[in-house]
Ligand binder design. Structure first.
Ligand code: BG6
Ligand code: GLC
Ligand code: GLC
Length: 901
């Protein structure tokens, strides 16, 4: 080898990247991707990792006519894209050059230029009065705020228009359209070219989740997990993220592969120090790098006998497409000669071979760097999804990739080497990014319309603070009506006296039986109340089932069943013949005249047994006991579950003077001043009032808050028109509200592909625990989807997101309503006691409150907001209301013994 070619080779060897170097670039890229996605470290990354608000790829229902403005390196196109039924599409388009002075003039000039050509295109195609939606491909780094709002961060490539950086480019386009056109064009999406490319390929291949552009500039985008994109709220599903990988290396991390030619090119560029990666890869720069090398070799007398020409010495004269021509397998050398002659050079055969070699080295480095970047993306996706083997498709566009004869082959070969356990397909975007942009526009239009429909549907569930204050005030009014003598008989919120006059004081003792009926479970308990030193209260219990046929059948049979369960339990506990006092938690509205007398006013929740309403429940139980001969039970007290819960919590916390249940049903009780309870004799001390707030609204006072879905659920219930507040709030109904909303959204074509399945039509499929599960933060989208699928619903990822959103809004309203209720109660107590500030504890039970991931927090927040002078602690009952019932029974026994009543 002569020294000439040695010298040439040593210069060109600067462009050869070893496997080791490429691997290092992959790791650096991965590191920067991670940092770019983080909120804190975001600024320390050269990769901007820009969220796009493009969530879903296409679902195949995109149809219609769209306009696209497709801005490219030095050209822009106006397109009309027609997406038709059979997955095919038609395109009409016109291309325009962008003159140099426009690329570097003012922003207004640039956008006016677009608008002018758009206008003439619309004229020619006779589209002016069609009001078509328009998508805008704007291939520069932008901070996207919404699909149709995007702020240019910095110009790249050849553009440098004044007054655009920091501005919303959609607004600038709209303004220009306004100035230039006398018709409406609705700009509804702005899209980076990488995203347009990904979407355009996604129309054919749903596995396409990466977009790559190697043209004038270079860049990539891909579908990232929402949970990893810290700049954006929400962690469900995926969103397309634009890497802006052109800027990779701007922090100097690629220094050791930087050649003198790269440095020189950078010095003379429009954006020195920026787009380091891009300047080694893309079409705007590759030709120039080749030229710089050629000039250098000529100056070293390694080319053209040291003779150059003014044309060669002028920057920007060696176009990148010359590289493509020169590297052609067959005619490359002839082409090289032609091209060099056109530069007024006099190349020898040998010169042509060397120039071909230069091209080869520069373009190979470009392809390898691109492959390293892609390898990082593929690896990231693979890690995100914990896959051993990833199969995915990259949608590609750009002149370099399209036109260079060897670029794609080299890119793919190197990628394969770097990601051996992935199967990556490449797909050329057929109609450039314009079609993809039309797709995004179509999706945007669909999502936009969908979003509006969902928002409209859900709007009545979103209560303002003002509305919540109204709820609080109305409840307060109804409470008064329930307490006053004159209004009490017609009041809907019954405010029932319970004859419980104080919370436990620790002197309660004895062995008791307790029943707990009316929640999710029917329970029989044996409760042992000792002194606190001896360990306090000890309990054993057993759950028995009550079939729906008994809940809604004959009352006699229901009570017979209850007694059977008690006997079974007592036998198992070896307590037959002990005649233990029994406290009965009976979670329904009862008008009490003493601790052991309670007339069932009306069944609520799922119960509707005959011959019970209007009767004393204690009597019904005693009669059932009598029917079982040889059994003796001593029914001492009847207790609502709210009261049982309050008492059970008050045993440990003397501040607990409110009981709250949010389970199957909902209700509250609290300690009221005797002087305010007008239908019970006496003015001294306090008594617990079972509010029966579930019936709040039965007189129509909540009608303004009742949605059409609440109405449907109410109508289909066993007690239409009753328990309106409870039906907006408790576990037995929330799932039904959700189901009815989903039916409606399906009819609107928004979820379940517009198909109402038999499952969705089935009453009660969404149990209370369903909302709790589906709204849990620890579940990823796929797990939520699996829950829905287990229920027999065939859902897409988008459906899953919508279902979850519906659940969240419905349960949020429930929690807020509950909070407004508690706020009314604590404020009343505070005013009763004439306090500026009240500290009080609420004892709470119920599956919705306990299991739901956000319910309790929203209740607390609402109370804090609506009752700012009260410091309210919530204490979850761990022992159920049975313990409270036993404590009340203990007090009742003592009173009985001392002859007081
Ligand atoms: C239980 C109480 O823990 O909660 C019952 O012991 C009460 O008395 C019930 O009725 C309410 O919640 P749910 O969700 O079971 O209706
Ligand atoms: C430049 C732009 C980027 C674009 C790429 C390809 O790098 O900054 O947004 O995607 O060129 O056109
Ligand atoms: C229903 C009942 C009420 C009970 C509540 C919670 O609203 O009417 O008595 O407290 O459910 O279980």
């Amino acid at each position: 080898m002569n020294s000439h070619s040695e010298q040439v080779n040593s210069i060109l060897s600067l462009f050869v990247l070893s496997d080791e170097k490429l691997q290092k670039i992959v790791s650096l890229m991965l590191e920067n991707m991670e940092k770019g996605l983080r909120k804190q470290k975001h600024t320390t990354s050269t990769l901007k990792m820009l969220p796009t608000f493009v969530h879903s790829t296409l679902d195949g229902t995109e149809r219609g006519d769209f306009l696209a403005l497709d801005l490219r390196g030095t050209k822009f196109r106006v397109l009309q894209v027609k997406l038709t039924d059979d997955d095919s599409y038609k395109v009409q388009s016109e291309s325009f050059e962008i003159p140099e002075d426009i690329m570097t003039g003012t922003g207004i000039q640039l956008f006016d230029y677009f608008a002018k050509h758009l206008s003439s295109f619309l004229d020619k195609q006779q589209l002016k009065d069609k009001k078509l939606p328009l998508g805008f491909t704007f291939p520069f780094p932008c901070k996207q705020i919404d699909l149709d709002k995007s702020v240019l961060l910095t110009w790249t490539k050849g553009f440098k228009c004044s007054g655009v950086e920091g501005e919303d480019v959609v607004q600038m386009l709209r303004d220009a359209i306004h100035r230039q056109l006398d018709c409406d064009v609705n700009v509804i999406a702005v899209v980076n070219d990488t995203v347009g490319t990904m979407m355009s390929c996604g129309y054919k291949d749903r596995a396409c989740e990466i977009g790559l552009v190697v043209g004038t500039g270079t860049n990539a985008c891909y579908m990232e997990e929402m949970g990893n994109i810290e700049q954006i709220e929400g962690d469900e599903g995926r969103m397309c993220v634009i890497m802006e990988w052109g800027a990779f290396g701007d922090d100097g991390c690629l220094r050791d592969i930087q050649t003198e030619f790269d440095l020189e090119l950078d010095r003379h560029s429009r954006n020195p120090g920026r787009q380091t990666f891009e300047k080694k890869i893309s079409g705007m720069y590759m030709g120039e790098i080749v030229r710089l090398i050629v000039v250098k070799l000529a100056s070293l007398h390694l080319l053209f006998n040291g003779v150059t020409s003014p044309a060669l010495l002028k920057s920007g004269t060696f176009e990148t497409n010359y590289i493509s021509e020169i590297e052609d397998e067959k005619v490359g050398l002839t082409k090289a000669k032609e091209i060099l002659l056109s530069f007024n050079l006099n190349p020898s055969e040998q010169d042509c071979v060397i120039v071909q070699k230069i091209c080869n080295n520069v373009s190979t480095r470009s392809a390898n760097l691109c492959a390293a970047g892609l390898a990082a993306v593929v690896t990231r996706i693979q890690r995100n999804r914990h896959l051993k083997h990833l199969q995915t498709t990259v949608g590609v566009d750009g002149t370099v990739y399209r036109k260079h004869p060897k670029f794609s082959g080299r890119l793919q070969a190197t990628l394969k080497q770097l990601t051996s356990n992935c199967d990556v397909q490449f797909m050329l975007s057929e109609d450039g990014t314009g079609k993809g942009t039309a797709m995004v526009t179509a999706v945007a239009r669909r999502l936009f319309a969908q979003r509006q429909q969902i928002n409209e549907t859900m709007a009545p569930f979103c209560l303002s603070r003002k509305q919540l204050v109204q709820v609080q005030q109305r409840l307060r009014l109804e409470m008064l009506r329930g307490l006053e003598k004159e209004t009490q008989s017609t009041a809907t919120v019954k405010m029932l006296p319970t004859y419980v006059r104080g919370t436990p004081d620790g002197t309660e003792r004895g062995h008791f039986l307790a029943l707990d009926l009316g929640g999710t479970n029917f329970r029989v308990l044996l409760v042992n109340v000792n002194s606190r030193e001896e360990g306090g209260v000890k309990m054993v219990n057993q759950i028995y089932s009550i079939p729906e046929s008994l809940m809604q059948g004959s009352g006699t049979k229901l009570f017979d069943h209850i007694v059977d369960c008690i006997i079974d339990f007592v036998k198992k506990q070896g307590k037959m013949g002990c005649r233990l006092p029994l406290g009965f938690t009976f979670s329904f509205p009862c008008r009490q005249t003493g601790l052991d007398k309670g007339i069932l006013i009306t069944w609520t929740k799922g119960f509707n047994a005959t011959e019970c309403e209007g009767k004393d429940v204690v009597m019904l139980l005693r009669e059932a006991i009598k029917r079982k001969q040889g059994v003796e039970l001593d029914v001492v007290a009847i207790v609502n579950d709210t009261v049982g819960t309050m008492m059970s919590c008050a045993y440990n916390d003397s501040n607990c003077e409110i009981g709250l249940i949010v389970g199957t049903g909902s209700n509250a009780c609290y300690m009221e001043e005797m002087s305010n309870i007008k239908n019970v004799e006496g003015d001294i001390g306090q008594m617990c009032i079972n509010m029966e707030w579930g019936a709040f609204g039965d007189n129509g006072c909540l009608d303004v808050f009742v949605t059409q879905y609440d109405q449907i659920v109410d109508k289909a219930s066993i007690n239409p028109g009753k328990q309106r507040y409870e039906k907006m709030m408790s576990g037995m109904y929330l799932g039904e509200i959700v189901r009815n909303i989903l039916i409606d959204l399906t009819k609107q074509g928004i979820v379940f592909r517009g198909q109402i399945s038999e499952r969705l039509n089935t009453k009660g499929i969404f149990e209370t625990k369903f909302l709790s599960e589906i709204e849990s933060d620890s579940l990823v989208l796929l797990q939520v989807r699996a829950i829905l699928q287990k229920l027999g619903l065939d859902v897409t990822c988008d459906d899953t997101l919508i279902v979850k959103e519906v659940c969240t809004i419905v349960s949020r309203r429930a929690a807020q309503l509950c909070g407004a209720g508690i706020a009314a109660v604590v404020e009343k107590i505070r005013e009763n006691r004439r306090l500026n500030h009240l500290a009080i504890t609420v004892g709470v039970d119920g599956t919705l409150y306990k299991l739901h991931p956000h319910f309790s927090k929203i209740v607390h927040e609402t109370v804090a907001e609506l009752a700012p002078c009260c410091d309210v602690t919530f204490h979850q009952s761990e022992d159920g209301s049975g313990k409270g019932a036993a404590l009340i029974t203990a007090v009742a026994c003592r009173l009985r013994e001392t002859g007081q009543h």
